[in-house]
Design a protein around this ligand. Structure first.
Ligand code: 5CA
Length: 444
């Protein structure tokens, strides 16, 4: 891809309306464009990153045996009246009427809709557990949308739902998601800590938020610093080992604002380990037993012939919010350098040739390198504009491909200026470059 032909509308300066660095960068390099308050269009660069995040999220859901479905964005109010949440949800719900004057809504979450799908199809305990997920747009009429796509009104979410025969099995499902979230965020190179959390309008009494530390985050957290040293073990999907995994995290006091209790904090955490700070909530999991299955009559036959309401949980990841969260974690604002994790980078490498109106040799070399990289599944972007080399490097550093090749007059295939962003420049040949990049991509 040539930068001259790409749809990457870069701004010279930081947009003044953006208060946090992810919002600044996303507007600056044209990843998104606001269409109205809290509602955004996703332009090629932003969409590429979000799609890659989506794919990692999907892969980790599939690995715990969850099955993908796709539910609509528009729902009927009837099912929400059945569960009793239609009134409770309040002004955050966007309510609409169709031409028959039926009350509809743009889904802020899908507990009711998925329970309705489940109850019409599954009748026996033999079909349990069921883990269903979808990745779909949601709408919440947030009173104060802000920070770009971090707290917006229309956002892209992965939401999963589990159905089990008993509380014990339901907690097993909960723990599967707990593990899958640790793995998902690790693949995105984020340190996301599970924190005991409040359940708000979703309900239930067991819940964790997954939070990454950031001064600009909206969640207040109270935690034991030692939780950051934990490494998750990639345990088998088996009851005992998953329970132990969760316990390993829960041994450390780690809670969000609503669960905070100063006395308990001081009792459980020695002074040097206490940390009161802020973070970004990238995922949230809930266990709420029969809160929806009971009023909506989602029951299955049990082995002895009796029937019981299924026990449910729900599990969300803010896929679009993650784009911003990764920027908050990885963008060096002072030097204006972004380095995307290779797993989600919009391009693997940027090729920066020195261009000269009367001499095409560097651009020709760039084209050749591009093709060779492509053969090896390495996605590159070439800056073919007439700008000088430092302006090009500056621009490419904002776009954030994790690797760069600079092609000057004297470069040849055996002598390319190559660097991994944030590290020293090396002079190496193309084969070695390909090896380095492939190795990093394989790690993921
Ligand atoms: N039904 C449950 C689990 S699927 C649920 O809706 N949970 S939630 O309300 O916590 O949302 C899940 C995730 O969506 C959050 O952790 C957050 O990452 C993301 N999210 C929530 N509200 C917004 C918003 N206004 N803008 C961007 N992302 C959001």
């Amino acid at each position: 891809m040539y930068i001259s032909k790409s749809f990457i509308p870069i701004l010279k300066n930081n947009p003044s309306e953006a208060k946090i660095k992810s919002h600044q960068l996303m507007l600056r390099v044209g990843m998104i464009k606001q269409s109205s308050s809290g509602i955004y269009s996703w332009l090629p660069l932003g969409l590429k990153v979000m799609k890659k995040i989506e794919q990692i999220v999907r892969h980790e859901q599939d690995k715990i045996g969850a099955q993908e479905i796709l539910m609509p964005t528009i729902q009927s109010s009837d099912i929400w009246k059945e569960s009793g949440r239609y009134e409770d949800y309040g002004d955050e719900m966007l309510r609409i009427k169709d031409r028959q004057n039926r009350e509809m809504l743009y889904g802020p979450t899908n507990e009711e809709l998925v329970t309705d799908i489940f109850r019409t199809s599954v009748k026996s305990y033999k079909s349990l557990p069921q883990l269903l997920y979808h990745i779909q747009w949601k709408f919440r009429d947030e009173i104060r949308p802000r920070f770009g796509i971090m707290r917006c009104r229309e956002f892209f979410m992965k939401d999963a739902y589990s159905f089990d025969i008993s509380d014990e099995d339901a907690i097993f499902s909960y723990n599967k998601f707990f593990l899958s979230y640790l793995k998902t965020f690790k693949r995105l190179e984020l340190v996301a800590i599970p924190m005991a959390a409040d359940t708000g309008p979703i309900g239930g009494n067991l819940s964790h938020e997954f939070i990454i530390l950031a001064d600009t985050g909206e969640s207040k957290i109270f935690t034991d610093k030692r939780i950051f040293d934990l490494e998750y073990d990639d345990t088998k999907l088996e009851k005992k080992s998953l329970e132990n995994l969760r316990k390993k995290y829960e041994q450390f006091y780690s809670v969000t604002d609503e669960k905070f209790n100063e006395k308990e904090f001081e009792k459980k955490v020695d002074a040097p380990y206490r940390l009161k700070t802020k973070g970004i909530e990238v995922g949230h999991i809930f266990y709420f037993s029969d809160k929806y299955s009971k009023p909506m009559n989602a029951a299955v036959d049990l082995p002895g012939g009796k029937k019981d309401f299924v026990k449910m949980g729900s599990y969300g990841i803010g896929v679009s919010r993650l784009v911003g969260a990764i920027i908050e974690a990885k963008y060096d604002e002072k030097n204006e350098v972004m380095k995307w994790p290779i797993s989600v980078a919009p391009y693997d490498i940027s090729i920066i040739p020195l261009t000269n109106k009367n001499d095409n040799s560097s651009l020709d070399k760039a084209n050749k390198i591009f093709l060779e990289l492509k053969k090896n599944d390495i996605d590159a972007i070439i800056d073919d504009t007439d700008e000088n080399i430092s302006a090009k490097i500056k621009k490419m550093s904002l776009i954030g491909a994790p690797f760069q090749i600079i092609i000057g007059k004297n470069s040849d295939d055996d002598f390319l200026e190559f660097k991994e962003v944030g590290k020293e420049m090396k002079k190496i040949n193309l084969l070695e470059i390909i090896k380095i990049i492939k190795k990093q991509k394989e790690k993921n």
